[in-house]
Design a protein around this ligand. Structure first.
Ligand code: G3P
Ligand code: CA
Length: 237
């Protein structure tokens, strides 16, 4: 079972920062999850919320701000650190030439960011990122379908906060080959069924040893964790 660093190693560093992503590399994570938004001037940046209010010392909607404006705020403020909101390009550079999987969660649930799908594909292609290194995910499944239509070579994963009826047919319709369910949304039988039909499963976010053990026993593809070292300590049988 692989371990993906949720927003980087967010248990120890400010979430979605280069410090948190570098910590994931140092801890030998198998993958890094990052949340993608688009600025007013069309740049792709990594931050969880639609605004900078919770995680920085600034205020405002990302869609209303330029990259230069976003770069001026401190995103390390909650951890007593000093850090900048990273661009997607910086994360790509960090992962270049490594075996790390890059899970880019496209945050179009509230802001639609018109054109973000095209911008994302162009960016990955311009930077020659191997398609097999990337997994797109989103709670907005129209975004996923758009990404799949534009670039079917990239893997797409449906993010699910709730159980979903007819999930196999649904994934096929969207163009997804993997499922990222909330830890509590799938029974063991449902997981076995999804594996039987060939869908990869990566539950988010695993925070307890019983959950880690359950997903290891079920041999899911990967789990998202906030602390790679913690998960590794409990991942050696
Ligand atoms: O991608 C898994 C997980 O990150 C989804 O939830 O709120 O942490 O972005 P959230
Ligand atoms: Ca996320």
């Amino acid at each position: 079972m692989k371990l993906y660093a949720h927003r980087g190693v967010m248990a120890r560093y400010p979430e979605n920062t280069m410090s948190a992503f570098r910590a994931a590399v140092d801890a030998k994570a198998d993958g890094i999850e990052a949340d993608v938004h688009m600025t007013k001037d069309g740049e792709l940046v990594l931050i969880h919320d639609e605004t900078i209010n919770r995680t920085t010392d600034g205020q405002g909607r990302i869609a209303d701000m330029t990259l230069a404006e976003l770069r001026a705020v401190n995103v390390g403020v909650m951890c007593g650190a000093n850090d900048r909101i990273p661009t997607l390009e910086e994360l790509i550079d960090l992962c270049r030439g490594t075996a790390l999987r890059l899970n880019l969660e496209v945050k179009t649930d509230i802001e639609r960011y018109p054109g973000i799908e095209e911008r994302l594909i162009d960016s990955l292609r311009d930077q020659h990122v191997p398609a097999e290194q990337v997994v797109f995910s989103s709670f907005n499944h129209a975004t996923l379908n758009r990404l799949h239509q534009l670039a079917p070579e990239f893997e797409c994963a449906v993010l699910l906060a709730q159980p979903l009826y007819e999930i196999v047919a649904y994934c096929k319709e969207v163009g997804a080959t993997s499922v990222h369910p909330h830890v509590r949304t799938l029974t063991d039988d449902e997981i076995l069924h999804l594996q039987y039909v060939g869908l990869a499963i990566r539950p988010y976010t695993v925070k307890t040893v019983p959950d880690l053990e359950r997903f290891r026993r079920l041999e899911v593809d990967a789990v998202f964790v906030n602390d790679i070292d913690w998960a590794k300590a409990y991942s050696t049988p």
